[in-house]
Design a protein around this ligand. Structure first.
Ligand code: GDP
Length: 297
């Protein structure tokens, strides 16, 4: 049994928002994520984020932090949701100002709405001579989504992901939205969270990027992630620096699992290694049975 402890109000501390970037293909999701990754370095550290680990944390000049899921597109979002993982606090939906509201823009909006995740619109490519941000805002209004400068409550900001124009202000609006959500977690308990991605590295073995959502993960903890388990041998942040612990809303890649869990798998820390192993074995057995069943049908 995996006990989900109920936290006392006084044990909860503010945590950074976890943000996903969605939108129509070619509207600039990757460009925005890249710009943010390259421009926002943790205070006091030089150089940008060096590793692609599927998620990264940034700290703005004012000290506030945001964790980004660095997998553009709503496939990641829906894959995680399909596995019951609710990771995203806020969705940035990118819409190119030189284009219309496109099918995947609408899809992204419905995904966010279905998940009850607030949206901040990034009206992108405003550097282009053909850009017409008002056309996008009008299109949104027709969908009953009134952005602030059209008299509504939904945050939006005109940006150029290519040149970085407006990105800082966009992130400030994300933080404003986060404030309304009053995001909190208890850092003083065994870590729980969600797997973002995992792969086999020839030299290092299985590398899993996980997002700690509550509690604190430490090197040496025994982790169960989906059907995979193992003792955390090492942890690294998105800069490739070794870290010994990771608190709520922190993405880290971990070494030590016996295989690659799937994106959206939940993870827990176990005091009792045998219990983790026995649950892992049951889950593996269940997966085998399920795959046999799907092969038959
Ligand atoms: P994605 O498919 O949503 O991830 O879109 P990309 O980030 O790959 O961008 C698609 C294309 O649009 C690329 O050629 C980008 O260089 C370009 N692009 C993205 N953002 C901007 C922008 O703000 N201004 C201009 N002019 N081009 C952009």
């Amino acid at each position: 049994s995996i006990a989900e402890t109920v936290d006392n109000e006084e044990d909860l501390e503010p945590r950074a928002p976890i943000v996903t970037v969605m939108g129509h293909v070619d509207h600039g999701k990757t460009s925005l994520l890249d710009y943010i990754r390259e421009e926002n370095v943790i205070a006091g550290e030089s150089g940008g984020i060096t590793q692609h680990i599927g998620a990264y944390g940034v700290q703005l000049d004012n000290g506030q932090k945001i964790a980004f899921l660095d997998t553009p597109g709503h496939e990641a979002f829906t894959a995680m949701r399909a596995r019951g993982a609710q990771v995203t606090d806020i969705a940035i939906i990118v819409a190119a100002a030189d284009d219309d509201i496109m099918p995947q823009t609408k899809e992204a909006i419905s995904h966010a709405q279905a998940a009850g995740v607030p949206i901040v619109f990034a009206i992108n490519k405003i550097d282009k001579p053909t850009a017409n941000p008002d056309k996008i805002k009008e299109g949104l209004a027709q969908m009953n989504l009134l952005v602030e400068d059209w008299g509504g409550k939904i945050q939006s900001h005109d940006i150029s992901a290519k040149f970085g124009t407006g990105v800082k202000e966009l992130l400030e609006k994300v933080l404003l939205e986060a404030e309304l959500l009053d995001l909190k977690a208890n850092p003083d308990k065994p870590a729980t969270g969600t797997v973002v991605e995992a792969y086999l590295d020839k030299g290092r073995g299985y590398v899993s990027t996980i997002l700690v959502q509550a509690g604190t993960l430490r090197v040496g903890d025994y982790v169960l992630a989906g059907p995979r388990h193992g003792k955390v041998k090492a942890m690294q942040d998105e800069r490739g620096n070794d870290v010994t612990e990771a608190g709520p809303s922190t993405p880290v890649s971990i070494l030590g699992l016996d295989g690659a869990p799937q994106a959206g798998d939940k993870f827990n820390v176990f005091e009792d290694e045998r219990e983790a192993k026995s649950i892992a074995a049951k889950r593996t057995q269940l997966q085998r049975e399920q795959s046999v069943r799907t092969q038959k049908t």
